[in-house]
Write a protein that binds this ligand. Structure first.
Ligand code: OGA
Ligand code: MN
Length: 310
């Protein structure tokens, strides 16, 4: 049974919390949080600490958070407004989870493995490409909050790349070149990379390309970052092959090992990342194993177009 958080919060004595770099080589990318229980209503202090930790680290790991779906939704809402799961290709009748949750799994609504050639599963392979969540939406995602419910015995890590550090490491000429570029993003572009084109006409209309800045500025920290994503398939004013070759070069630069944190999942880990300053990708695992992850997503509320470098 859930406890009544409204009644419980005032009397509860919150544990002291700490956030420490996961990897001492990366003091500002990837933090591990302890002393916060996400199954309870968060205190103002905890909310402030999480946002401050996100601003510094871009990715935060919370271990051992036994969240029910409703608890995940509720705690996510304490950090900001939720985005709806309108980016998947799930028919209404097949949905296992509410529209507040993205179903990042390879199972059907009865918990059975989907056939390997199921359209949902093939579409889901798009997560194996470096991307930023919902960059194909006009108003893209701010934080993503991914909860591991069932994980395969090996493989299936999630990797995160620091797009602030990647921007900082560009040479001055490239910084000048990318600074004011606008890209077009669509899920049709990212899936084409994998040879997936099984879209309905309605999906093609719904996922018509949207414009995003290639360099954006974080509203709290002022840091600039490369806003790359596998969904980016064009640069305004550029020939398409030239644009794609350049976006590939930038992605290769930005995902060098010194910018990457690889998360090895344990059941009940909850990882939060800021899509404005990171890219991520899923790694391979045995397709005969169940992997059940659930994601809540906070909306950025504004387009990246309004986050031009000052
Ligand atoms: C996501 C995602 C990667 C993974 O949830 O948005 O891309 O490892 N997940 O499942
Ligand atoms: Mn993703």
């Amino acid at each position: 049974m859930r406890e009544n958080s409204a009644l419980e919060a005032p009397g509860r004595c919150p544990m002291p919390h700490t956030i420490k770099p996961i990897d001492s080589d990366k003091p500002d990318f990837g933090g591990e949080v302890s002393g916060i229980d996400l199954t309870h209503h968060l205190t103002e202090d905890e909310i402030t600490a999480i946002h401050a930790g996100m601003d510094r680290f871009g990715v935060l790991v919370f271990r051992n958070q036994r969240l029910e779906d409703e608890q995940q939704i509720e705690f996510s809402r304490q950090l900001g407004p939720l985005e709806q799961a309108t980016g998947d290709i799930m028919a209404e009748k097949d949905r296992r989870l509410s529209m507040d949750l993205n179903d990042i799994s390879n199972v059907d609504k009865h918990g059975e493995l989907l056939p390997r050639d199921d359209r949902r599963r093939l579409f889901g392979l798009g997560n194996r490409l470096w991307h930023s969540d919902s960059s194909f939406k006009e108003v893209p995602a701010m934080y993503s909050l991914l909860s591991a419910r069932r994980i395969p015995p090996t493989g299936g890590n999630t990797e995160y790349a620091d797009m602030r550090a990647a921007y900082d490491a560009l040479d001055e000429a490239t910084k000048r070149e990318v600074r004011d570029l606008i890209c077009a993003h669509s899920q049709v572009f990212s899936r084409a990379i994998l040879g997936f084109d099984d879209f309905t006409e309605a999906e093609r209309v719904k996922w018509a390309p949207v414009r995003q800045r290639l360099v954006r500025q974080h509203p709290n920290t002022g840091r600039l970052s490369l806003y790359l994503s596998s969904h980016a398939g064009m640069i305004e004013g550029w020939l398409v092959p030239e644009a794609r070759a350049f976006l590939r070069d930038l992605t290769e630069h930005a995902t060098q090992r010194q910018f990457v944190y690889a998360h090895v999942w344990q059941p009940w880990d909850l990882v939060v990342w800021d899509n404005r300053v990171t890219m991520h990708r899923a790694r391979r695992y045995d397709p005969g194993e169940v992997r059940d992850m659930r994601r809540t997503t906070l909306t950025n509320e504004v387009s990246s177009l309004s986050q031009a470098p000052a």
